[in-house]
Write a protein that binds this ligand. Structure first.
Ligand code: FES
Length: 108
């Protein structure tokens, strides 16, 4: 597999504004893409605690909070914060020529 075809095009950059979270399915993997303080990140779509969709979470100050039981993560690293007991699986994401791309095979 070449470097080029690791990337899957998701949507125009304009579809994910600051503070937004959007869910996608890529190669049968559910992911969310979010933007906070201008930084674009991607992670697993389902909360590792009790399967709540993280697209319903709160994105604030570089942290994602699952609203069901308030587990929280740093979206730069996926590192657990506060009550959370597990880290989030993060995925590489990039923007190029007005589109957002994800690489689900090269997890961080
Ligand atoms: S289901 Fe997400 S914190 Fe419990």
């Amino acid at each position: 597999m070449t470097e080029e075809n690791l990337w899957t095009q998701l949507c125009p950059s304009s579809e994910i504004e600051d503070g937004n979270i959007k869910q996608f399915k890529v190669e049968n993997v559910d992911v969310i893409v979010m933007r906070s303080r201008g930084v674009l990140r991607a992670s697993q779509a389902i909360c590792p605690h009790m399967d709540e969709p993280l697209k319903n979470g709160l994105l604030k100050n570089g942290k994602l909070t699952c609203m069901k039981h308030l587990w929280q993560w740093d979206i730069t690293t996926g590192e657990k914060k506060g009550l959370a007991e597990q880290n989030l699986q993060m995925y590489e994401v990039m923007e190029q020529e007005g589109s957002i791309y994800i690489n689900i095979n090269g997890g961080e």
